[in-house]
Design a protein around this ligand. Sequence first.
Ligand SMILES: [Zn+2]
Length: 130
Amino acid sequence: MREAGHRSVVHVKKLQQASRHLEVIPHDPERGVYLVTSATRPDVYYEVILDPDRPAGRCTCPWAQHGGINCKHVLAALQARYAAQGRLSFWRSPGAARRQHRRLLTGDQLYITLRPRVRRFSKPELNRER
Ligand SMILES: [Zn+2]
């Protein structure tokens, strides 16, 4: 995985899909620190540190250490951070993102739309969700 940053953007939908299957542990969410499992080795956790001001982050996985951005671990941590607000979708161009007509967040060469969580007020047990 040498061609770093570009690749992550091109294959963002694949990464998005992969990121949804990873376990995320909010280690110190106040500081943006999450632990995310490796997709190939579930016993391995990478540390993701999310940027406090925008939807981007750094990861300790080998690929990110070689200059890659927006790895699936960062995407998984972002999903976790925004879970209470809704579901994130990742796009490689602002145009594609805008066509979704959702709230648009701008990350690191990455455009993110937020689909708000649907609230069903009639169900009291909903309070137990996150
Ligand atoms: Zn990573």
